[in-house]
Design a protein around this ligand. Sequence first.
Ligand SMILES: Cc1cc2nc3c(=O)[nH]c(=O)nc-3n(C[C@H](O)[C@H](O)[C@H](O)COP(=O)(O)O)c2cc1C
Length: 135
Amino acid sequence: MTYAVRYYTKTGNTKRLAEAIAKELGVEALPISTPVTEKVDYLFLGNSYYAFDIDPEVKAFVGSLGKDKVGKIVNFGSAAMLNSTWKKIKAEADKAGVAMDEKEFHCRGEFKFLHKGRPNADDVKAAVEFARQYK
Ligand SMILES: Cc1cc2nc3c(=O)[nH]c(=O)nc-3n(C[C@H](O)[C@H](O)[C@H](O)COP(=O)(O)O)c2cc1C
């Protein structure tokens, strides 16, 4: 299996998860400003909610992907209140014609006074275990 890990972060939470997942998969966690140039079975895509939506940069990134390059997107991330960006990413993936894995990893993420310290060590451990099933 081949993998790539890309993430978008505003406050570092997604980067923390991305680095743990990437380490488990033996690849580098890179920001979405780095295009996916190699063909991969799974693209792990870390992203979050900001004002009830995913960032426009994340939408543009998913739009730039092609099914010739990416087998499946695997969504992961954290949010303070909302549950998952999966449907938002899926909408963009559908437009780009790229498949999305049904499974995803999601946990709480610190935002202002909410969820201090999260993703914490337990969240990171759970993210690593999530990634392990793709090996
Ligand atoms: C500007 C901003 C807006 C946010 N809006 C939401 C939101 O609408 N719903 C939500 O559940 N979390 C919201 N959050 C919380 C983030 O999703 C959460 O802190 C996440 O862990 C941030 O990941 P990051 O550090 O990788 O950017 C917001 C965070 C920021 C910084």
